[in-house]
Unconditional design. Structure first.
Lengths: 208, 208
DNA sequence: AGGCTAATGACAGCCTCTGACAATTGACAA
DNA sequence: TTGTCAATTGTCAGAGGCTGTCATTAGCCT
């Protein structure tokens, strides 16, 4: 952001994003129109769509940053860790360093509030899940390269990621609807669920 | 469907659905407008929205039928089967008896073609995934009751379903993009992936 | 046959998103 | 500094999904 022009663009984008998130978390996603956002920032509606492909993109912009951050964490995991363990450590580390990634754009608190909005708004949840598919494909690629296997012939990378992704999405959902809506609670849930995957799979749950 | 009125409604709905699916599979989902469908059936656009909550609902109507069918299959699995095994058998059985559920509305071949449309259309894939969340919640409830555990305190039902769902979605995706687009191929993929979940999880994949 | 009710059509309107063109504003060299 | 070029924005116009409303039609039932 050298030139004045670039700085202005940056400021417009951040104003749009911050305003959008603020409105989404207070009036709800569907209760907020793009016109509302544009008007609050004092730009035309058309300008909003020049910065964001759609309402969804603005709503999920923070998440996109954290996903990128998580992918980076996976890439940097030591090679001696087994795939699932590497993923596990990467998520936990991701939560720990969440603030470093977000703070420049918005307070963590706003991110957390958006989480609930996403989870409780059908249209947003749908968009979120669709993105997860792409994220999982990216993670699978990282794992495959890491372990030196070929994704096209070996299903294990995608399989491991599918399982991991399933558990993580469940974790998010339970967390966002639970009472303890803190990062610590999220960490605890993650650890707990990942621990119980094994037992949940092959055994019978009955205690007769 | 006793009265003439009810028969007419039934016919209108089926005409709309069949026409919609036909257009979706030939011109694509986004290349088809609701007006196109309504016009082809010779009803007003408003009438379309009286039968379907939206374009999505029409596109996913067949799938909804098969999901209901699958849930029924899960409910009827013998109690001696472990949870994951019951789910596995239910899916396989679901595929076997797919035709019985679909044929009254549309040929299986149309259902299969729609599968590719869903998987390759972002908006539809998103809607599909969102529905999967609800489906998984329903399955978890069935499993919990079956095994006599309380979902609110025991995470295993949701956990098992999350894992299973993750694997099944991967299966669908790989199947829909693969070359062998037959039900047999689907069955084979399902069995194969479920077999490899265990190995993919805890071990290292390297063969040094 | 005639009243009742359900189904449909016809508008009008809101919201998301896009293309096109003109106006503005910063960048940069002469 | 000024003039030119390019990037940013605003303004329109319009498509497409979806909803509310109200009048009209058509099946139902006595």
């Amino acid at each position: 952001m050298e030139t004045l022009r670039e700085r202005k663009k940056q400021r417009t984008r951040e104003a749009l994003l911050r305003t959008a998130l603020e409105l989404f978390t207070t009036q709800g996603y569907e209760g907020t129109t793009v016109d509302d956002i544009a008007e609050a920032v004092d730009v035309s509606q058309r300008t909003f769509f020049r910065y964001f492909a759609g309402k969804e993109e603005a709503a999920l912009a923070l998440e996109e940053m954290t996903v990128a951050h998580f992918l980076e964490a996976v890439r940097e995991r030591p090679l001696h860790e087994a795939p699932m363990e590497a993923l596990r450590q990467a998520v936990l580390e991701g939560w720990d360093t969440l603030n470093d990634v977000i703070e420049a754009v918005a307070p963590v608190e706003l991110y957390l509030r958006m989480y609930k909005v996403v989870e409780s708004t059908p249209a947003l949840l749908a968009a979120h899940l669709r993105r997860s598919v792409e994220t999982e494909e990216a993670i699978a690629r990282i794992l495959a390269e890491r372990e030196g296997v070929d994704m096209d012939t070996d299903p294990r990378p995608r399989l491991a990621v599918a399982v991991f992704g399933g558990v993580m999405r469940l974790t998010e959902r339970q967390w966002s609807t639970g009472e303890d809506f803190s990062l610590d609670a999220m960490r605890a849930l993650t650890v707990s669920y990942l621990e119980q995957v094994g037992p949940a799979l092959s055994e019978s749950w009955r205690t007769h």
